[in-house]
Design a protein around this ligand. Structure first.
Ligand SMILES: *[C@@H]1O[C@H](CO)[C@@H](O)[C@H](O)[C@H]1NC(C)=O
Length: 297
């Protein structure tokens, strides 16, 4: 018992020291434009995806008949996964645009971005969640500091053995540290595919389901580009993916946020966060272990 406690303390101290001293974390690699078809394929309602510029840009279309979605061809273990998205403009209430990574088994791991639409001029909500071993219930919700329907912005996930970080452009909006030592499962051995979709969720999405989708405004369109994938493709080289330390996202500067990134994250928490399961004492009378580790310094 004693030695285990000591190990935990040391680990937490290690994290603290790195945070105080500030690592030299470079921003994740910039997205590279490649055609949709190189890394992705449509998942359903193929005729609701429109292609432009030789497939470098696509639109997902939602109408009263159906939404649509796509997924990566490959499955990945660790990496940096990004997408440039311009969300449904105007009256998007009731619609949800999602960008997520998920494994395909029952006790699945999942890393989610969900954009909940709103009435014209009202703010989108960006909801994030992390599932490990089939367990989710880790929602966080923020407003964005820009209008996500006016231009493309990049939404990305850095996933290595140390942490999962959600970025909006270069700003970390959420970090989920590996707290295996505290008994929290961390995704490390179930390859994930990348998914995106646009669908109608007016039973819950906008003001908890009060605002319904206005079908007279259809079709609803979300635009995408930058289909580059920077991950370890597990089906191609399983052994290599399981071997840590070789790829850029394993390197020292990506094992923790640097001082600047921690400050940006704190700004998001203070200024833009509207819900955080970590601080929901009604739902979680005792704080979840992983929340203790990603607290503000
Ligand atoms: C939509 O706008 C309302 C009013 O400003 C706000 O309360 C809500 O959080 C916004 N977003 C969603 C998805 O409901």
């Amino acid at each position: 018992m004693g030695s285990q406690f000591q190990r935990r303390t040391t680990l937490c101290l290690g994290v603290l020291l790195v945070m105080v001293s500030g690592t030299m974390g470079a921003a994740p690699k910039k997205p590279v434009d490649v055609p949709f078809g190189r890394n992705y394929l449509p998942t359903w309602a193929f005729d609701h995806i429109k292609y432009y510029n030789g497939g470098s840009n696509i639109d997902l279309v939602l109408d009263k008949y159906t939404g649509t979605g796509f997924q990566s061809k490959g499955s990945y273990l660790f990496g940096h996964f990004s997408m440039q998205i311009k969300l449904v403009p105007g009256d998007s209430a009731g619609t949800v645009t999602a960008f997520y990574l998920s494994s395909q088994n029952s006790e699945h791991d999942e890393i989610d971005f969900e954009f909940l639409g709103n009435r014209t001029g009202q703010p989108y909500i960006l909801q994030t969640n992390v599932f490990t071993g089939g367990k989710g219930d880790r929602e966080q919700r923020i407003y964005l500091w820009f209008d996500p329907t006016k231009a493309f912005h990049s939404y990305s996930v850095l996933w290595n053995l140390y942490m999962i970080v959600f970025f909006v452009d270069d700003v970390p909006i959420r970090v989920f540290k590996n707290c295996k030592d505290l008994g929290v499962k961390f995704p490390f051995n179930q390859p994930m595919k990348i998914y995106s979709s646009l669908w109608n969720a007016d039973d819950w999405a906008t003001r908890g389901g009060l605002e319904k989708t206005d079908w007279s405004k259809a079709p609803f369109i979300a635009s995408y580009k930058s289909f580059h994938v920077d991950g370890c493709e597990s089906s191609v080289n399983a052994k290599y993916c399981a071997t840590q330390g070789k790829r850029w996202w394993d390197q020292k500067e990506f094992q923790d946020l640097d001082g600047y990134q921690w400050r940006r994250l704190r700004w998001v928490r203070e200024r833009w966060t509207i819900y955080n399961y970590c601080t929901d004492r009604v739902r979680y009378p005792s704080i979840s272990p992983e929340c203790r580790r990603d607290r503000d310094i």
